[in-house]
Ligand binder design. Structure first.
Ligand code: UN1
Length: 491
């Protein structure tokens, strides 16, 4: 099956003549579909369709736009299982994780659809009598949404839904590795009643499709989730045109475990945050900072639990951890394991690719734990995006905080302690966009803002009400009913 683009309300085959097989990362013999390398012309056609559809969509009352999202929510709920299976087969995460991700997208639709009836502005007092100041939120125009493969359902939805409810029109460019989820989501929005041209899907590379979207004069904003390298490039190009850019990029998220912590809870947090979704999560707990006094005990327990992780095809209900998504990710993870060893960190467990049947059919690696990692090592500061966790030891709370902050990224941080004062002090000092107390670094709820500081994030937060800072312009209105010329002493 060859996937098609969705442009101006029609599914059209790419004219590029160039298609790539979309393989199941747990079983490379299984080709799910073929995905096109769409051309610049096709991308421009999508942008033009979005531009043409914009004025009418902008004039459509927001509650009506919201109603379409409610409809999309219902359809996604009906297709939860189908979308979850598609997600597992093209991305590799376990079916349980996939179901959770689809549910998260449903929650985002539920929250965002309701905003169609709110989208509030403000009334502001004027210093001039009989003058009324208020603000309205308006869409920004055509937005380009460029999304990653690791959350191919939830992330597109948490960009598309607020974009649409605010009255923007969309050109959606999903990651090349997960085009099937993107097609199924787009079908849902189409069936829900999104008018032609309002949501367009173009499948293809960042170099051609992404680049064209970012540089086209009809595109007024870009929301991107992915690597720092690509995100900073988009920011640079977008800023040259003076458009809005929002980037959600890497993480190197710490879990701090203090000696008074509930150790069982903390261990579960490390397993879930470090190895859940095979570590391919920007919120993954890739660093564990343990107070020295409990380090040996914790490590022994941790190894026992890591050894119990069952690795395999995510479709199998017994599986705890699926494969890496592709060969590039596999090479990257294996390279970092080599780097860690060379830097002098000690492998406590894992470290190898699984190469015997049935694991030789896909990109499987062992969950890996490094101990005696120093803050200066690359494995302690660079994002690996795989099931590799680095343990750093801290003498006390102060040193743990220092280590937690000693990375360029600032997405998520977690602390396990029973001491409320230490927990709250950690909230004060952690240089991140979100903090978890006594739970792992991952996850988030639709109604709460999500995003990072430092090298992680550019632009306003996603999700929660804060999402509208990106997807809307504020217009300030002065209504003067004095019937008189303004007194020049008022500016
Ligand atoms: C989560 O932790 O549930 O790409 C969400 C990522 C993030 C989303 C993580 N932008 O992994």
């Amino acid at each position: 099956m060859r996937l098609k683009n969705f442009i101006n309300g029609e599914w059209v085959e790419s004219s590029s003549g160039s298609f790539a097989p979309n393989r199941n990362p747990a079983d490379l013999d299984q080709v799910l579909c073929e995905t096109p390398h769409s051309t610049e012309e096709e991308t421009v056609a999508a942008i033009k369709a979005a531009r043409k559809a914009f004025p009418k969509w902008k004039e459509t009352p927001a509650p009506q736009r919201g109603r379409i999202l409610f409809q999309a929510m219902k359809l996604l709920l009906d297709r939860l299982e189908d979308l979850a299976r598609t997600l597992t087969s093209e991305e590799g995460k376990t079916l349980r994780d996939s179901r959770g991700e689809v549910q998260r997208a449903i929650n985002v639709l539920e929250f965002t659809a309701g905003e169609g009836r709110k989208l509030r502005g403000a009334t502001i007092p004027s210093e001039i009598p009989r003058t009324f100041i208020y603000t309205v939120r308006e869409p920004i125009g055509v937005v380009g949404l460029i999304t990653p493969w690791n959350f191919p359902v939830a992330i597109p939805v948490w960009k598309i839904a607020p974009a649409l409810v605010s009255g923007n029109t969309v050109v959606f460019k999903p990651a090349e590795l997960t085009p099937l989820c993107a097609v199924k989501l787009t079908e849902i929005f189409q069936e829900a009643g999104v008018p032609p041209g309002v949501l367009n899907l173009v499948l293809g590379s960042g170099k051609v499709v992404g680049h064209t979207i970012v540089n086209h004069p009809d595109v007024s904003g870009i929301s991107f989730t992915g690597s720092n390298e690509v995100g900073c490039g988009i920011y640079e190009q977008g800023s040259r045109r003076g458009i809005r850019v929002q980037c959600e990029m890497g993480g190197k998220n710490p879990i701090v475990i203090l000696e008074d912590a509930d150790l069982d809870l903390a261990l579960e947090g490390v397993i879930q945050g470090g190895y859940g979704s095979t570590g391919q999560r920007c919120t993954a707990a890739s660093r564990v900072i343990i107070q020295e006094s409990i380090a040996e005990k914790m490590l022994a327990e941790l190894v026992k639990r890591i050894e119990k992780i069952r690795i395999g095809d995510g479709m199998n209900p017994e599986t705890d951890m699926g494969p890496l998504v592709d060969k590039n990710q596999l090479n990257r993870v294996m390279e970092y394991i080599k780097i860690g060893k060379k830097e002098g960190a000690r492998i406590v467990c894992g470290g190898e690719r699984l190469q015997t049947t049935p694991h030789d059919r896909g990109f499987f690696v062992q969950p890996t734990l490094f101990d005696h990692v120093k803050a200066s090592m690359r494995i302690a500061s660079e994002e690996i995006f795989g099931p590799v966790v680095s343990v750093l030891r801290a003498r006390n709370f102060e040193e743990a905080v220092e280590l937690a902050n000693a990375v360029p990224f600032g997405l998520s941080a977690s602390i396990y302690t029973q001491d409320i004062s230490k927990a709250m002090r950690f909230v004060d000092l952690a240089e991140v966009g979100k903090v978890h107390i006594n739970s792992s670094t991952i996850g988030g709820e639709a109604q709460a803002p999500f995003g990072g500081t430092k090298a992680t994030g550019i632009g306003p937060r996603e999700q929660g009400l804060e999402v509208f800072e990106f997807y809307t312009e504020i217009k300030t209105v002065y209504l003067d009913y004095t019937g008189k010329k303004r007194d020049s002493s008022f500016y």
